[in-house]
Design a protein around this ligand. Sequence first.
Ligand SMILES: [Ca+2]
Ligand SMILES: [Ca+2]
Length: 450
Amino acid sequence: MFVGIVILVLNVLRSVSADTWHRLDDALYLVDNTSRLNYDEAHAYCLTRGANLTRIDSDKIQSFLTTFISPPLTTERCFWIGCHDREVEGQFKWLDGTQVRYDGWASDQPDDGRGIQDCACLWSSQDPNRHGRWDDNTCGARLDLICQKGVYNFTLTSSRSNPGSAYVSCAVDVVQGDQTLSPNDVRVSVVKNVSSTTSIPYSSTNVNGGLRNNSFVIDSIQDDDKIFCHVGKLARTERSFSRVDFSPINFYALPGLTSGPSVEDISSTFVTVSWSSWIPCLDTGEGPVISYLVYLQTMDGEWVEGGGIDLDMGEGDLQRRMEFVLTGLEPGTEYNISVSAVREGVGGEGPKGPLVSVMTIESGRRFGAFGKGNLLWFLFGVSLAGNILLVVVIMITCRRQGKQQKKKTLPNLTRAPSGYDPKDHQYEVPGPLETGMTTSMKVFREQKAA
Ligand SMILES: [Ca+2]
Ligand SMILES: [Ca+2]
């Protein structure tokens, strides 16, 4: 009998030697009966090994784990697993927050014994009703534990993108024991909501540095969609150890113009509009803006793209005025016109900016063919020519009046006294200068006259 017990003990100890991981399907398990930890310590113990206290989702896993704690010792042992009802009494959850659906409980459990049992463990017991079944226990009890982690190490990358699409890639060690991953083994799926999960075909694949690396383009992605990578057929989404979730995609904010276009010119069939280019800080969203699209809408119609401008320069192009001519319009028709800014990348068009309303000129009107803008230029030209003519007339008139004034005043020049010496300060104070004369001219004339 004593020998038998020793053999049993050796069996158990051999089967749960430290840091020996056992594989079942897409997961690895570590059964530890030497550490003797409370629930939180056991949880931390698994986390430091890149794992978690185990989920048990199926009879297959429960049976598999039971083989490592069999045959039972005469003294019962219970192994912490990853479910508890610490948040809401009676509602057991796995440590990743998902609901416990599989029922692995012993027949009289969970019983919340003495009102303080919130943490679950798996029995190794000589009681066949308990062996390989769960019990809720006191979380502070020092027990054995079972860790679990996924087989695959995932390396995820994702890039910023415009809203609506995502570009991600997922890499996994191409060799896993005796398994070599094919391109179709590394997959990305999107959870649209709890009940709808879609697997995305890879857009490119390669093996580099021992990793199978697949890239994916995901269309129609929304802010609250969850993207994850897994190996093989679509994993059950609650099996968090067998997949890895991408961080939420950091979408660019699309550029928006805060002011609308202004009308520069109107005819019966075209309208010229201009607007201030998209400017970071002043306008909304993120650049670089690579083009603008101009839209027009009749009063009872839909918005139609009227054309656009592609830029050579990006967001550094500050304070520039954009101009666009919308052609082929109906005469005498009212239109709304709006402009949107487009940033680089697929789906980069921002919302339409504020609109401006215009009415094209009715054909047959006096300046219909001439164009209101051209008429304005014509009037401006006429006005400019008139002003120039007026200036010329004024100059000629002034010059004539100046000549008559000179003729009239020349005989009245003051004659200097005889024996005039320019150095003699007793000479007569000179009169005021005439128009167009300098002091030296006046002195010369006075000397000549003397
Ligand atoms: Ca409880
Ligand atoms: Ca219990």
